[in-house]
Design a protein around this ligand. Structure first.
Ligand SMILES: Nc1ncnc2c1ncn2[C@@H]1O[C@H](COP(=O)(O)OP(=O)(O)OP(=O)(O)O)[C@@H](O)[C@H]1O
Length: 324
């Protein structure tokens, strides 16, 4: 999968209402991008153009992959079909066999924990549950480009986490994700790049989300190499050559869901790791600690304890302070 490229894209509604003017934007493969802007700035318009649902008045879009998942800002729930019937139907329209589509629909609705019944008519679902169906329809066939218009809107805490995992899974599989949201914390956690729309123009926001791009995407080979060269028993060196203390992180598999496997030792800054009852204790350089935590949470792990002083945690050796 390559780069999706918007070149000099403009969009006009009606005779002279220009919403986007001369937008050039790249969405790389295996990355997530957040779009921000005030209400009415044109975010949904841009997303629809990216998804191929709306044509630009001027300019071109290239590199859009064949399988696009799209979650609109308003999902029309006024349907007599149940969530399962609706998703199965959509899956069939998209080329899945009926039985496969039904299995996929059931898996997705289970994962998102649709309350109110997968067999109840969609029009009777609450906003949050309708949003879960909206998400599920975008995922019936693994998307290579996932376009999400305020996707967290109305979701409960559990589905919030699942959506974060889904974004990571699409990115890990080499796909692209573009989403809108207004919250800094969400953008920082889920986007490697950030753009904002103002007066029809799109500009990159320096540094992407609040979490630096290299920490979200983990492509920091230099950092990785540095951590592997460090002696396991000594304090690892900082990027500027000064000694940085290591931190200790204790992660546990949550009781309800099985976390995804992570190659902890291959992550930047990891000095060593020790299995402890129900989880793993990781010693990591202090500057890589936040990124490791983010990666762990995204993969469905629970963080039991973080200590800036790794030696202190080690001394307890998985004892009371390090267990739940
Ligand atoms: N189909 C349409 N026909 C005419 N005008 C439209 C259409 N779709 C959007 N607009 C107008 O274009 C402007 C941008 O709308 P858009 O929905 O893209 O903004 P947005 O940034 O997503 O807003 P919000 O944050 O409120 O969802 C708005 O003034 C809107 O009224």
């Amino acid at each position: 999968m390559g780069v999706i490229r918007l070149e000099s894209v403009s969009k006009r509604y009606g005779p002279n209402r220009w919403v986007l003017t001369g937008v050039s934007l790249e969405v790389p493969a295996a990355e997530s991008v957040a779009i921000t802007g005030t209400n009415g700035a044109g975010k949904s318009t841009l997303l629809r153009i990216l998804a191929g649902l709306s044509r630009p008045t001027r300019g071109t879009v290239s590199g859009r992959p064949p399988v696009v998942g799209y979650v609109p800002d308003r999902f029309p729930p006024g349907d007599r079909l149940s969530a399962t019937e609706y998703l199965t139907h959509l899956g069939r329209v998209r080329g899945l066999r009926g039985a496969t589509a039904r299995v996929r629909a059931t898996e997705l609705l289970d994962r998102l924990e649709l309350a109110g019944g997968a067999r109840a008519p969609i029009r009777g679902l609450s906003k949050g549950n309708a949003q879960k169906v909206a998400l599920a329809q975008a995922l019936m066939i693994a998307p290579q480009l996932l376009v999400l218009d305020e996707p967290w809107s109305g979701l409960d805490a559990a589905a919030h986490g699942v959506l974060g995992e889904i974004i990571s899974e699409v990115v890990d599989a080499g796909g692209s994700v573009v989403f809108t949201d207004h919250r800094e914390s969400v953008i920082g956690a889920h986007a490697a790049h950030r753009y904002t729309i103002q007066a029809g123009r799109v500009t990159a926001v320096a540094g992407g989300g609040t979490i630096p791009r290299e920490l979200v995407g983990w492509p920091v080979d230099a950092d990785r190499t540095a951590s592997r060269q460090q002696p396991a028993d000594g304090p690892p060196g900082g990027q500027d050559g000064t000694a940085l203390p290591s931190a200790c992180v204790v992660l546990f598999a949550p009781r309800r869901a099985r976390p995804r496997e992570v190659d902890w030792s291959g992550l930047p800054g990891v000095v060593d790791l020790t299995p402890v009852a129900g989880g793993v204790r990781i010693r990591v350089t202090a500057h890589a600690c936040d990124a490791l935590l983010l990666r762990a949470l995204r993969a469905g792990w629970s963080v039991a304890e973080v200590r800036r002083d790794a030696a202190g945690c080690e001394a307890r050796d998985g004892g009371a302070a390090c267990s739940r």
